[in-house]
Design a protein around this ligand. Sequence first.
Ligand code: GRF
Length: 203
Amino acid sequence: MPDSKPVICAVFASGNGSNAENILRHARHYPQRLHIPVVICDRPDAFVVERARQLGVDCKIVPKGEEGQILNILEERGVRWVFLAGYMRILKPAFLQHFFDPALGVHRVVNIHPSLLPAFPGKDAYKQAFEAGVKTSGVTLHFADAGVDTGPVISQASFERLPDDTLESFRQRGMELEYKLYRDFIDYLAGAWNTEEKKWARH
Ligand code: GRF
């Protein structure tokens, strides 16, 4: 019998929270494998707070710089994986170290970034790419490291800029891909964890 205890995860978000909602909803397909009991948010006025409330997920507001407080919350719940979803803070190396997984060689902290990294790291990446006039842009799911949008890439997806795109239509096409990459990762994590953990570790 495989171990049936779900892997505990947390979502971090700062704003609208559409990625957070996508992750929370998708993880519910795997109640035996994944459990996300908490959202961490640094801004009390962020819409993600309302999204979490509607989904019945505890949302903790932790102001900037209080990573010790975040660690306490995560430790209390036994959180093993962190999903960054529009979280606008850089996590300190000491925090990340807490999630370093020697078998995987990465931190169990995943981030979604709205460009084809290494192009356009940092803030407002859709705007950066749109204003640069790129014909093709995309999104990147990656493991977090101590840099800004620099950790090992998990997956990328690209999309074309259409002739009549506005920044908003361009962004919206990318957002759909952000949701997809996180759903695929959740599928993979849920499928790999209890059955072929070692196979996952080699990827
Ligand atoms: C997303 O584009 C994410 O990649 C970026 O900020 C945006 C957050 O959107 N870092 P939401 O809060 O998930 O709706």
